[in-house]
Ligand binder design. Structure first.
Ligand SMILES: Nc1ncnc2c1ncn2[C@@H]1O[C@H](COP(=O)(O)OP(=O)(O)OP(=O)(O)O)[C@@H](O)[C@H]1O
Length: 344
């Protein structure tokens, strides 16, 4: 649906040149929710603004829904852009217009009659569940409500793609959750391809199918969300994942020689990470029985990503040395990442 080929964007500020995006090639499939994550200044916004040519790339081609946007003349580009909606962190609503007027705005010149526009606005506001605010002004709405209006406005021209630039960054966690669910709903109901820029891994985990990680204008890692969480390759990806996991707390306990992690001779502290979708918690009890060892879970940080458990547990393994070693091998065969954190 979206093909970015060798996109480079350099800003010439007079004094020097800023290489915001350097030779990025990405393919975003039709119907997926694609996340772009990176720290501030990584080039995420610039890259996404290149998709609808709000920012024209210095070089490279942008193809959306089969049209090479970078080659289109102005008039055709304007038409093609209508099929790419966009929402922003600060909503960008027109303050002097009502909710209904904001949503109707992109329908100007669409050829629809007043009556048809009215009906369309009503339908859109109902879809985002804010129909009762049609005559309110943006200043009378909460952040979450403003973003719902912005989503309704972005949907006015029945886009095939929705670009979301930090759309939940100004919202509290509960409202963030509700807006993400709304995005998921419109992805599923309307089949809209969604690109989400964020600096929060929790957002990626919540709704994205695939994710690209950006650093210094480059995509350093890309893949389906489960694989990226299970086996991140780039250092920056690991940093992001750490922000959503508590597992490293156990390392501090070991370092502080906490009684919680005190070992008897022969015991080991193992960190077990689920790295394939088919691993299940039952494996731990199965392994204990099979090798006649005890696996005493002292810490668990498990959650569901893309309908599969991910994260890990930390367990103290006790039993005969050779049985523990055999159990470790068995777990590895079963696609569990095993790391010995401490030997007793
Ligand atoms: N119009 C511009 N003129 C000059 N430099 C710019 C312009 N827009 C962006 N930049 C620079 O390009 C780099 C990438 O910025 P960009 O906004 O794309 O990053 P980002 O990952 O979206 O960060 P943030 O999350 O803070 O928005 C930064 O160094 C930024 O200062």
């Amino acid at each position: 649906m979206i093909q970015l080929d060798h996109i480079t964007k350099t800003f010439d500020t007079g004094a020097d040149k800023v290489h915001a995006v350097s030779d990025v090639t990405l393919h975003i499939k039709s119907g997926e929710i694609f996340g772009i994550i990176g720290f501030s200044g990584a080039g995420k916004s610039t890259l996404v603004r290149c998709i609808n040519l709000l920012e024209r790339p210095t070089s490279g081609t942008v193809t959306v829904d089969g049209k090479v946007l970078t080659d289109l003349p102005a008039k055709e580009l304007r038409e093609a852009r209508k099929k790419i909606g966009m929402i922003f962190q600060h909503f960008n609503l027109m303050r002097s217009r009502t909710v209904g007027e904001n949503v109707a705005y992109p329908l100007k010149g669409s050829g629809l009659t007043k009556q048809q526009i009215k009906a369309k606005v009503k339908e859109l506001l109902e879809f985002v569940d804010i129909a009762e605010k049609e005559n309110a002004y943006p200043s009378q709405l909460s952040g979450g409500q403003k973003q719902r209006v912005a989503i309704a406005r972005a949907l006015a021209n029945d886009p095939k793609v929705l670009l979301c630039d930090e759309a939940t960054s100004a919202l509290d966690p509960q409202t963030t959750g509700a807006i993400l669910q709304l995005l998921k709903h419109l992805n599923e109901k309307l089949g809209i391809t969604i690109v989400i820029i964020t600096h929060e891994m929790a957002v990626v985990k919540e709704i994205c199918d695939r994710v690209a990680v950006m650093e210094h204008g480059n995509v350093v890692e890309e893949g389906d969300v489960f694989s990226i969480f299970a086996a991140p390759k780039a250092g920056i990806t690991r940093d992001f994942i750490r922000t959503t996991s508590n597992l490293q707390k156990i390392e501090k306990l070991i370092e502080d020689k906490s009684p919680l992690v005190a070992l008897k001779p022969g015991e080991k502290i193992l960190r077990l990470n689920y790295i394939k979708k088919n691993t299940s918690e039952a494996l731990i009890s199965e392994t204990s029985r099979k090798f006649n060892i005890n696996l005493n879970i002292i810490f668990a940080d498990l959650e569901i990503v893309q309908d599969a458990p991910i994260g890990g547990t930390v367990a103290i393994a006790s039993g005969k040395k050779e049985d523990i070693e055999a159990a470790v091998e068995y777990l590895k065969e079963k696609n569990v990442g095993v790391e010995v954190l401490e030997n007793g």
